[in-house]
Design a protein around this ligand. Structure first.
Ligand SMILES: [Zn+2]
Ligand SMILES: [Zn+2]
Length: 151
């Protein structure tokens, strides 16, 4: 996400939180901003490191609490395979996403294909499994890196 859209993202997040009657504190906002300006997913420790610039003495529990809040509000997503977090590009509605993770450049794209989510739910249900959170992460090479390889 580019800087140009950062104030946009923060404004939308603030509006959403206000609508829902929850508070986007400075710490939560700073975690969200860091995730949005980063072109790669960040782990909690990378976030902690980067927060030192803006927040006085950030502690791991502070970061984890902020992340829990942002996850709960759907403003960020957790990438299980990387133990890292990314900002969500469309937090207005709850959604099950799929992530495409490039091994070469580390870029992560978010897909929102309801048919994928539905068929996973149905497949689980068919064998009596109650899915709480489907995690779909595709590891591979992004279009840009594939093109570079071909050149
Ligand atoms: Zn999302
Ligand atoms: Zn790539």
């Amino acid at each position: 996400m580019k800087n140009r859209t950062l104030s946009d993202v923060v404004q939308r997040a603030e509006a959403l939180c206000q609508e829902r009657g929850v508070r986007l504190t400075e710490q939560r906002k700073s975690v969200l901003q860091l995730l949005c300006v980063s072109d790669k997913p960040l782990s909690a420790y990378e976030l902690l490191d980067r927060m030192r610039g803006t927040v006085k003495n950030p502690a791991p529990p502070t970061v984890y609490r902020a992340l829990d809040f942002l996850l709960e509000q759907g403003l960020v997503h957790k990438l299980e395979s990387l133990h890292a977090y990314v900002g969500c590009t469309h937090p207005e509605h709850p959604h099950a996403s799929q992530f495409l993770i490039c091994d070469d450049c580390g870029e992560v794209s978010e897909l929102e294909d309801p048919s994928v989510a539905n068929s996973l739910q149905a497949a689980g249900k068919a064998i009596g499994f109650r899915t709480k959170r489907p995690v779909v992460e595709l590891l591979g090479t992004c279009a840009r890196c594939t093109k570079k390889e071909d050149d």
